[in-house]
Structures are given as structure tokens and as C-alpha cells.
Write a protein that binds this ligand. Structure first.
Ligand SMILES: O=C(O)C(=O)C[C@]1(C(=O)O)C=C[C@@H](O)C=C1
Length: 392
């Protein structure tokens, strides 16, 4: 099935497009202020694609008609180009920072410029073009619809714990975990110039960031307000020139949005690390040449000792578990698809997400999963990928 359905567009996108012609480059530079429009160069054409709610669209342009095409993309109804006009699938050998045609790897992250997720995306793929997305779901979709090549999304933090939304989305979507990256999160209290700590009544940030600074913010007597991301909080405070409101975000976000740093390292523990997952449409081929980790999700029949039995399949083979997360689904069944039911929905009461220290190329891991399959009611391998052993 083509990722872009042929459909007529019904309403203009609320995006701003500026096209700047360059005297030295055949192609104009295109700035699009919308995380949902992608611009990709492919040899002699530029593919502009958009993903906006129900309206999936893409259009091809060359150097001469790009401006017109960009405006058409923004303003008028038209039909969608075929799948052939969109970027070709990447193979596991392209698990590096650039794609073979020389253009940069496009990596989706949630948030606006200056979010920790953007820095994590750049750490994971050093020369990438980081593409901001409003929500986690948008980032998943952007990969699935070929608008970007990868997504880098937070999964757990050493102080705040798991990011449950992304656990759920891993199961709802069919992306593969191809890597992990750990990022040291150092929060600042930011405010507009001239504003002092005593002037502040409230503080905005991502809920995880607020949780990571709980003690500091409570001791300052500030009312905490959750927003979509830390950098978005900084942007809001700057844009509205707020005098009684600060933001918890990175020093990078402070610089981007022109805010003053009132306090640095305000997280409750200096060891504040967020682990991000690197997601792709294709899995990588697991190796044994370096430390690998495998992430799985499974469900079990109800009964005494079943979870004990499930975890024993790893213990019996000396496989170390690094994370276990359970998601209760009793009152709110999740629509899930697994490897054996051709995408048909199934409903489960509980799901267990487990990360273990072994590659799927390792016989011990294969045997452990074979054993688990004997009594698990559902099992899916989310990915087998190199462990991030970098210094944080
Ligand atoms: O808001 C941001 O800057 C993000 O990148 C999101 C996020 C998260 O979801 O946990 C990432 C890292 C920090 O732990 C705080 C927030």
C-alpha cells in the first residue's frame, strides 16, 4: 500500500513558506514553518510532502517551479503524487548519519527547537536534519509515512521514570528500535530579562522536567504548569514577554528564545539522564561484535507465578534484564498488532515490556524467546540494537 493515498486536499495548511533563490545553487532554499511539511532533495527534483491530520499530500518540483509548487502545496487542492516520487526505503546498512544520495538523514523529535529531544536526536545522528513534531504520535507517523527517516523519542528518565505514552505508541505503531541514546538533562530556570526569581509566581515546562525539579520549584513556591515541551515553555514565556512566569528548559533553549538564566542545574539530582530510543521503519541486523540490547513486549495468561516463569527464561540463560515495565490495560484495552495475527486487533489485560542485555543474534536470546513463546499469549520483538556505552 502506498504511504500517500490519492486524495484531494480540502483546506490550506496553516504553514508559512518562504523560498529564497540562490545565485550559485540551482535549487532555491525553502523554509517551511511547519513540522508537518518535509522538503527533500532527490537528484533533479525536490519532493515536498505534507502530513496534516487527514490530508496526506506530496508534490514534486524542480529548481524552476519550486516556489509555485510550494505555494500550491500550501494553498490549493491537488492530487497526490505516487509512491515512486517519495524517498526509497533505507536498508539496515544505512544505519548511519547520512543517506546514500548525500542528503542529510531527517530525524523527527517531539517539541520545538531547543528541546532536549532535539539535542538527543543530534547526539544519535550527528549530521542529521532534526525535524520538530508537535506530538509523539506525529513523530511515529512521520517515519511511517516516509516524511522522515528516523525518530528519536524519550522512553525513560533516571528521576521521573518511564514515559508511558511512548511505551503505548511503540505497540500501536510498527516501527523498530534501532538504537538508544542517553542524554544528560541539565535544567535551567529561565525568565525574561529584568525579571528576578522573587518576581516569579508560576513556572512552565514539560511534566517530566517539572517532576525532575520538584524540590527546587516547590521550595521557590512556584505554581507549576505543564506544557508540551521544555523549549516550548521558554518560547511561550519569551513570546508573551511574561514577567511573573519562568520556564524550566535547557540553556540552549534560553539562548534561542533570548531568555535570561536565573538558576542552573535545578534538577533534584545532578545525575539526571533521559534515555531515548532511535526508531526506524526497518530493523537493523543484530550483531554480536559489540554489546547489544533487545526490547520485547509480551502478555501472559492470568495465574500464580506466570510472571516469575516468564522472567525465569532469561535467568536460566544468564541473560541480564535492564528494564521491566507493565502497562495495565483492564479498563482501557489497547488495540495491538503482533507478529502472528497479520495486524488484526487483539485485546490484552496487561503488557510487559522487557529490555534484556543480549542480541537477537545470540543463541541464548533466541532460546529464551522460544521458551517464552510456549506460554506467552502475545510476544513482539521491538528491536535488537547496540547499547549506548558513550560517556554521558
Ligand atoms: O521537553 C523536552 O525538551 C523534551 O525533549 C521532552 C523530555 C521528556 O519527554 O522527558 C525529554 C527530556 C527531559 O527528560 C524532559 C523532557
Amino acid at each position: 500500500m502506498a504511504p500517500f493515498a490519492i486524495r484531494s486536499h480540502v483546506a490550506p495548511l496553516p504553514s508559512q513558506i518562504t523560498v529564497k533563490h540562490s545565485p550559485i545553487d540551482q535549487f532555491p532554499r525553502i523554509d517551511i514553518k511547519s513540522p508537518l511539511i518535509s522538503v527533500k532533495r532527490r537528484r533533479n527534483t525536490i519532493v515536498l510532502a505534507s502530513l496534516s491530520g487527514e490530508n496526506d499530500r506530496a508534490i514534486e518540483a524542480d529548481g524552476k517551479n519550486t516556489q509555485a509548487a510550494a505555494l500550491q502545496l500550501r494553498d490549493t487542492p491537488y492530487d497526490v503524487v505516487s509512491r515512486d516520487a517519495l524517498p526509497k526505503p533505507l536498508s539496515s546498512s544505512q544505519f548511519s548519519s547520512s543517506v546514500s544520495d548525500g542528503s542529510r538523514l531527517r530525524v523527527a523529535y517531539q517539541g520545538v527547537r531547543g528541546a532536549y529531544s532535539e539535542s538527543a536526536a543530534e547526539k544519535a545522528y550527528p549530521n542529521c536534519e532534526a525535524v520538530p513534531c508537535e506530538q509523539f504520535d506525529t513523530a511515529f507517523e512521520a517515519v511511517e509515512r516516509w516524511l522522515v527517516d528516523r525518530a528519536v523519542l524519550p522512553i525513560e528518565n533516571s528521576l521521573g521514570g518511564s514515559i508511558h505514552r511512548n511505551y503505548d505508541l511503540l505497540l500501536r505503531h510498527r516501527l523498530h528500535i534501532v538504537g538508544e541514546v542517553k542524554y544528560a538533562v541539565r535544567h535551567c530556570l529561565l525568565a525574561n530579562h529584568g525579571v528576578k526569581v522573587e518576581d516569579l509566581k508560576r513556572v512552565l515546562s514539560h511534566p517530566q522536567a517539572l517532576a525532575q525539579c520538584e524540590h527546587t520549584l516547590t521550595s521557590l513556591g512556584l505554581v507549576k504548569e505543564a506544557v508540551d515541551d521544555t523549549a516550548g515553555a521558554a518560547k511561550h514565556v519569551a513570546l508573551h514577554k511574561l514577567k511573573d512566569t519562568g520556564a524550566v528548559a535547557s540553556s540552549v533553549a534560553g539562548k534561542i528564545y533570548g531568555l535570561n538564566i536565573l538558576a542552573e542545574d535545578i534538577q533534584d539530582d545532578c545525575d539526571n539522564v533521559t534515555r531515548f530510543l532511535m526508531l526506524a521503519r526497518e530493523p537493523i541486523i543484530p550483531g554480536t561484535d559489540r554489546p547489544f540490547k533487545t526490547s520485547i513486549v509480551f502478555s501472559l495468561e492470568e495465574g500464580p507465578g506466570v510472571l516469575f516463569k516468564a522472567l525465569a527464561v532469561f535467568a536460566l540463560r544468564q541473560i541480564n534484564l535492564t528494564k521491566i515495565e507493565s502497562r495495565p490495560l483492564r479498563n482501557q484495552p489497547l488495540r495491538a498488532s503482533d507478529d502472528s495475527n497479520n495486524g488484526f486487533p487483539k485485546y490484552f489485560d496487561y503488557l510487559f515490556y522487557v529490555d534484556f542485555e543480549a542480541s537477537m543474534a545470540d543463541q541464548r536470546a533466541q532460546n529464551a524467546l522460544k521458551h517464552l513463546k510456549e506460554f506467552a499469549t502475545f510476544l513482539r520483538v521491538l528491536g535488537s540494537y547496540p547499547v549506548d556505552t558513550s560517556m554521558i
